[in-house]
Design a protein around this ligand. Structure first.
Ligand code: IPE
Ligand code: IPE
Ligand code: MG
Length: 243
């Protein structure tokens, strides 16, 4: 992961906590699932827009390790939607030179979903445009623990006391991408909910009350504009950064 020390006007890596589908539906007296379906439409729109803007990486939080605690019916429907999206969206992503990655603990998914994840990643592997990562059964704490385990496997002769930040960084999810520089959360809550905690150590945060199904091209342009106006100091003084 490389930290972006100069201040780009446009973020290189945007991560989004797509929240508010349920409330969007509730406001309209519709079942929560309709909110999730509408949310998928927002995903399509935003992926196309970020791709057109030339953003390098977009990472979307679709299902957290904690979301299994929801009612079984909602979890099942979300799994159905995930499978359908994997089956139906990949050819379009491929046409648009988008590379798809799925991060999270795949062992929690059905065999069928795991197979389609593998196909989707293999199909788009050589694409050179936007890198679209979907975080599914993902948790930031899980990610860090996994990284430590992978580090240990790769360095059987070393003691954990010899581990460095740089060495561990090679084993966290998305390590080959630029570090997340802009985190957006829709739906009004101002929390991380166990998303990319390692990767967002120096990200700019942008919170909006917009519910995810209402979040559109103009909304993300506003978030990017806010990002562009911020001074990123990375621990230095304002005077140092200006020089
Ligand atoms: C986000 O929307 C989507 C997932 C977590 C899968 P929510 O379903 O959390 O919507 P709210 O927060 O209940 O409105
Ligand atoms: C975070 O949203 C996870 C996703 C968007 C997938 P939640 O709606 O699950 O978060 P909490 O429970 O309000 O923190
Ligand atoms: Mg929510």
């Amino acid at each position: 992961m490389s930290q972006n020390l100069h201040h780009d006007l446009q973020p290189q890596h945007i991560a989004i906590i797509m929240d508010g589908n349920g409330r969007w539906a509730k406001k309209r007296f519709l079942p929560r699932f309709i909110g999730h379906q509408k949310g998928l439409k927002s995903v399509r729109r935003l992926v196309a827009h970020c791709s057109a803007l030339g953003i390098n990486a977009l990472t979307l939080f679709a299902f957290s390790t904690e979301n299994w605690r929801r009612p079984a019916d909602e979890v099942n429907k979300l799994m159905g939607l995930f499978l359908k999206a994997l089956q139906k969206e990949v050819s379009k992503l491929n046409e648009n030179n988008i590379r798809l990655l799925i991060i999270g603990d795949r062992s929690g998914f059905s065999e069928e979903i795991q197979t389609h994840i593998a196909i989707a990643e293999a199909t788009t592997r050589d694409n050179t445009g936007l890198v679209l990562s979907i975080a599914a059964n993902y948790g930031g704490r899980w990610d860090i623990v996994e990284a430590v385990k992978k580090w240990q496997l790769a360095n059987p002769g070393l003691n954990v006391s010899e581990m460095t930040e740089e060495a561990l960084d090679r084993y966290v999810a998305l390590n080959e991408l630029p570090e997340v520089d802009l985190l957006i959360r829709t739906g009004g809550e101002q929390r991380i909910s166990n998303f990319l905690i390692w990767q967002m150590a120096y990200a700019e945060f942008y919170f909006t009350d917009d519910l995810w199904p209402d979040f559109d091209e103009a909304s993300i342009d506003k978030a990017i504009e806010s990002f562009s106006s911020r001074e990123r100091r990375f621990g230095k003084t304002s005077e140092q950064v200006a020089n």
